[in-house]
Design a protein around this ligand. Structure first.
Ligand code: ATP
Ligand code: MG
Length: 258
């Protein structure tokens, strides 16, 4: 055991099981539509993400992965239940602060990357900084640094519509992280890529996760990639279940199984 403080459960302070809770959901429920057309997607989704974890969510198409990630990023509101960011209920954050929260606290990697094809890679990456109020020159400078970090410095001035799928996903990753968020939510980041590019993008995410001390939640169909995460959650019938033990060290037991 390390020099760290001993907790009641016999676990040291540096143990990942004692890391701060960064993102949490309790009793999340989401239904779409009404009457006979009502679709119940999430029924009781409970999630607890600790600082530094990289967690995969696996589920078949239509199970509600995107729905869940949108709720966690406050891009949509739950039918009932609560999302907590660093123990604060997101619903208690006022509108203006919520925009700030979306811009700064969470990096969101969309299922379809939603880059603007007629703008350059650097302009696309700079966009969240411009929304934040940074001046154009500073925003572009920061964007270029991020493009270098994802290995695309030589593509910074190319329109994203001219880039390959893998390159576009790298641009999207740079754009998701350019504001320096503490949490990365990635919605099938490798879904549209061939196997080789999928691994390259996943390894990039792993590296960025480590070097920027992120807490990452990745929705994926790819079980081989999911197995490289600290732990795997399966979204089944609207609830999250711990799927299997972590392949790597540092996994924490899922508090989510219900
Ligand atoms: N805005 C909406 N209005 C009505 N139904 C919706 C809406 N958004 C999602 N749904 C439905 O909710 C269910 C879950 O959708 P979601 O996109 O979250 O699934 P997913 O797990 O991300 O699927 P995929 O792997 O195909 O991306 C689907 O049945 C979908 O049709
Ligand atoms: Mg989806």
């Amino acid at each position: 055991m390390s020099q760290g403080a001993q907790f009641a459960d016999g676990v040291g302070a540096e143990d990942p099981r004692n890391a701060a809770v960064v993102l949490e959901s309790r009793g999340l429920k989401k239904t779409y539509g009404s009457g006979e057309k009502i679709i119940s997607v999430l029924t009781d989704a409970n999630l607890l993400l600790r600082q530094g974890e990289m967690v995969a969510i696996v589920a078949p198409s239509g199970a509600g992965k995107s729905t869940l990630l949108h709720l966690l990023a406050a891009l949509d509101t739950p039918t009932s239940g609560t999302v907590y960011f660093a123990t604060k209920a997101i619903e208690s954050i006022h509108d203006a602060a919520l925009a700030e929260f979306r811009n700064r606290a969470i990096g969101f990697l969309w299922q379809r990357h939603q880059l603007l094809p007629d703008f350059t890679a650097a302009e696309n990456v700079a966009m969240p900084l411009l929304v934040r109020g940074n001046d154009f020159t500073t925003a572009l400078e920061t964007a270029r640094k991020w493009l270098a970090e994802v290995g695309l410095e030589n593509r910074a001035d190319h329109r994203t519509g001219e880039l390959s799928g893998g390159e576009q996903q790298r641009v999207a990753i740079a754009r998701a992280l350019v504001t320096g968020p503490s949490v990365l939510l990635a919605d099938e980041p490798t879904g549209d890529l061939d196997e080789q590019n999928a691994w390259a993008v996943f390894e990039l995410l792993q590296r960025l996760h480590r070097t920027h001390k992120l807490t990452s939640l990745i929705a994926t169909h790819n079980l081989a990639l999911a197995a490289r995460c600290d732990r795997i959650l399966a979204l089944e019938h609207g609830v999250l279940q711990t799927r299997e033990a972590a392949a790597s060290a540092g996994g924490v037991p899922g508090g989510e199984a219900s």
